[in-house]
Design a protein around this ligand. Structure first.
Ligand code: PEP
Ligand code: MG
Length: 572
């Protein structure tokens, strides 16, 4: 029967496909009994899954390297120990043999039993080991469910899941998944950013989707409106086809703006740089007349794999971006792993209490000097092929920039001595995404050549609102007076010191935010290429002087409603 499930559109486009439901956790299985003659097979299935989980951990352990290998290794050892725990394994066997439960349900029962023991413990540390137990149970569960045909079965399917990690999106697409729907998540998460980059329709926060969609259901996913239709009617299918046609027409219309300048009605030129993660993004940025690459997120080179890319591999990737932009500047951001950009290389820490406040961005790079040097060397070598700028993520304090500058100077000298061609100037920039850096930008602007405001994280840290937590509803929003004041401060400081200020968070690509950014005097936007023509169209419709004259009123707004009223007054 037709059902309409609401969610939030996180990556545009529509898709029609079969649902592939991925349940979130081992604990969600319903009671399941087996017959006496099935016991042996069920035990064999469980033992195979345990063996596979053990082999997986062994493999993971062997591939660890780098400064954090020891700490991460300790976690893995602990998990491997749990997997060998006779209490856990014997309990599972008994539940299947004597209790005649299916392996999935036995896992759940055993987990609940052990959880009760952990819960009664006085020791906070031991209590916290429950997470490890859950992790191990989750791994066994995943192996119970991995079908050999998984990889082939995905073509034309829509993944329906609790969450999706940035690291799995590209692989899913390569396997033929046409769209993803998640029950949780936000439109500003890294998964959403990556889905946009891959042109993969994504709906997040569709809270009912796991309860209402079954494997094999036909689905229409609308990444613009956020609607998911289960068992679409004839009218839905017609509307879907019409949407595809409309989208193609809109693209043709926008296509006419490809060669037009990004100039306001009163003749002010605005530079549109591109955010890029892949070769395709770079090619599109070039074709759309981007002023350069304003943000090349290098962590995506690290996410899909288990070993760290070496200097040569990184150098080739960065050099290709530089060559791809034919002389337009390319801003390469150093590694921003950590928090929700968890890698599989073992570099980003696991199990931090507050990963968003933890060892991420430049902190992680500074803590892993060898990895950082490798990356900086690769970036510097790419500068021999065209203009390159280095951008440092998650800067919180001046001291971090002092350390990065020193490193860069040392590596430049070493590379030149070794005969590499390094550009005379490799401008250094800081991401402004931590409130401390925004408030004190004046105190370190002498150390950088430009700054780039990452509003995705700045909003998160400013409002203490997790960018991935949809339970926070409207709280996480750029339409906050605190954000506008900080943006104004950074832009004014940049102007006063003659340093370029770019905004590279998702708001830079949102045509609805353009009047705000123009009013505050932003002249450099960095956005995903898929929004570039729409933003160009929006900017060409505004009068910069008129907007700037209204900036005082904008900054005087005391709440979101006040900002929205301002927008309604000036918007076209
Ligand atoms: C930001 O935080 O706004 C930003 C551009 O960085 P990322 O989204 O990669 O964290
Ligand atoms: Mg950020």
């Amino acid at each position: 029967m037709r059902k309409l499930l609401p969610g939030h559109g996180a990556s545009r486009g529509s898709a029609l496909g079969r649902a592939r439901v991925r349940l979130p956790h081992a604990l969600d299985v319903a009671e399941q009994r087996i017959r006496a003659r099935e016991v042996d097979d069920e035990l064999a299935r469980l033992h195979q899954a345990v063996d596979a989980a053990r082999a997986e951990m062994h493999d993971l352990r062997a591939r660890l390297h780098g400064a954090l290998a020891r700490e991460v290794g300790e976690f893995i050892d602990l998990h491997a120990l749990l997997l060998d725990d006779p209490e856990l394994l014997q309990g599972l066997d008994d539940l299947i043999r004597k209790g005649r439960y299916g392996a999935n349900y036995a896992l759940r029962l055993q987990r609940d039993r052990l959880a009760a023991v952990f819960k009664d413990m006085d020791d906070a540390y031991l209590k916290s080991r429950m997470d490890d137990l859950d992790h191990v149970i989750g791994r066994i569960h995943a192996h119970l469910h991995s079908r050999p045909s998984d990889a082939e079965g995905l073509a034309g399917e829509i993944l329906v899941s609790d969450t999706v990690a940035p690291s799995e999106l590209a692989q899913l697409q390569a396997q033929g998944v046409v769209a993803v729907v998640t029950a949780t998540g936000s439109t500003l998460s890294h998964s959403a950013i990556l889905a946009r980059s891959l042109h993969m329709p994504l709906v997040v926060g569709a809270s009912q989707v796991l309860a209402k969609v079954n494997d094999g259901d036909a689905l229409i996913v609308d990444g613009d409106s956020g609607e998911v239709i289960v068992d679409p009617s004839a009218a839905d299918l017609r509307a879907f086809r019409q949407r595809l046609k409309d989208a193609a027409r809109e693209q043709r219309e926008l296509g006419r703006l490809r060669t037009k300048p990004t100039r306001t009605r009163d003749g002010v030129d605005v530079a549109l740089h591109a955010n890029a993660e892949s070769r395709e993004d770079v090619a599109r940025a070039h074709a759309l007349g981007a002023a350069g690459i304003g943000l090349y997120r290098t962590e995506f080179l690290f996410l899909q794999r288990q070993e760290l890319p070496d200097e040569e591999e990184q150098f080739r990737a960065y050099r290709d971006v530089v060559l791809g932009m034919s002389g337009r500047p390319v801003t390469i951001r150093t590694l921003d792993l950590g928090a929700d950009k968890a890698d599989r290389t073992g570099l980003a820490l696991r199990g931090e209490d507050n990963p968003a406040l933890g060892l991420r961005g430049v902190r992680l790079s500074l803590a892993n000097g060898a990895v950082f040097d490798t990356q900086l060397r690769a970036i510097l070598r790419a500068s021999g092929y065209g203009p390159v700028r280095v951008l440092v993520p998650m800067v919180s304090v001046r001291e971090e920039l002092v350390l990065v500058r020193r490193r860069l100077a040392r590596l430049k000298a070493q590379l030149r001595k070794a005969g590499h061609e390094i550009a005379a100037e490799v401008p250094l920039g800081a991401m402004i995404e931590v409130p401390s850096a925004a408030i004190c930008v004046e105190h370190f602007i002498d150390l950088v050549d430009f700054v780039s405001v990452g509003t995705n994280d700045l909003v998160q840290y400013l409002l203490a609102a997790d960018r991935n937590n949809d339970a926070l509803g409207e709280l996480y929003s750029p339409l906050r007076p605190s954000l506008l004041r900080l943006l104004d401060l950074v832009l004014r400081t940049g102007r006063a010191h003659g340093k370029q200020v770019t905004v590279c968070g998702e708001i830079a690509g949102d045509p609805a935010m353009a009047p705000i950014l123009l009013a505050l005097g932003l002249a450099h936007f960095s956005l995903h290429p898929s929004n570039m023509l729409e933003l160009r169209r929006a900017i060409r419709a505004y009068d910069q002087a008129e907007l700037q004259a209204a900036a005082g009123k904008l900054l005087g707004a005391r709440d979101r409603a006040g900002i929205e009223r301002w927008l309604a007054r000036v918007a076209h």
